[in-house]
Design a protein around this ligand. Structure first.
Ligand code: DC
Length: 226
């Protein structure tokens, strides 16, 4: 499937904890656009591998899983994203640190990335798409209308993640989270296929010390001034 010049795409890439998911969701809602949470697809491959006893080193089986993934996204009555694998609601399971680490491992496998490529492209539907991930602007939607690379300091990202988990009643040490985030950043940035880096034509947006509303507004201003 080729990119469609008639359907606008806004890509938001960046490291874990930069706030991509939250900002992408707010921007998509404000514009009435579709949303692609590409990280969820890698997380779902890791999660299905775990439940079906497939090793995270088995590239062939993982690519098959990625190809056949029976996934559906919708939202609950509060407008929050819900993720279904078959008829199971896996929204909470998909967000655990363990699934995130597994996702970062399966994301290093090029056959898995290839299997997910067309699936991601298919999200480009009218009136427009906001796509968040690591390689949205560099690989999946290289002709995107607006490309953003969202960052935040490592300390701030660890703090945000800590608060998120605490709000969910999960008690994880801040130091352990910082280490996990650094490990994941390293794996995502140093892998040979589609590593995490800003597209040449991306605008860099540092969200350190900024509220969700302020960052969302910056993106919406950029969209309005395209
Ligand atoms: O954004 P996230 O934390 O849900 O992503 C989970 C992992 O998936 C991340 O560590 C790297 C991988 N990923 C990727 O390689 N490419 C994407 N477009 C999105 C996520």
């Amino acid at each position: 499937m080729t990119e469609r010049p008639d359907v606008p795409v806004i890509t938001i890439d960046g490291p874990s904890g930069s706030g991509k998911g939250t900002i992408a969701c707010k921007v998509a809602t404000a514009l009435g656009y579709h949303l692609l949470d590409s990280g969820a697809l890698y997380r779902l491959v890791a999660l299905s591998a775990q439940t079906s006893g497939i090793s995270l080193q088995d590239a062939h089986k993982l690519a098959e899983l990625a190809h056949d993934l029976d996934v559906r996204f919708d939202s609950n009555e509060n407008g929050e994203e819900r993720i279904w694998l078959g008829d199971e609601d896996v929204t909470t399971l998909v967000r655990t640190e363990e699934t995130g680490a597994g996702a970062s491992t399966v994301a290093q496998i090029s056959a898995v990335r290839r299997a997910l490529f067309e699936r991601q492209r298919a999200f480009q539907q009218a009136p427009g798409l906001v796509a968040d991930g690591r390689d949205m602007g560099t690989h999946v939607f290289p002709a995107a209308t607006l490309k953003i690379f969202l960052t935040a300091s490592a300390e701030e990202r660890a703090r945000r993640r800590h608060k998120q988990l605490k709000d969910k009643g999960l008690d994880v040490s801040l130091a352990a989270l910082s280490r996990d985030i650094e490990d994941r950043d390293r794996r995502d940035s140093e892998r040979s296929v589609a590593p995490l880096r800003p597209a040449k034509d991306a605008r860099i947006l540092d969200s350190s010390g900024q509220s969700i509303e302020a960052v969302t507004q910056t993106v919406l201003d950029w969209v309005a001034n395209l």
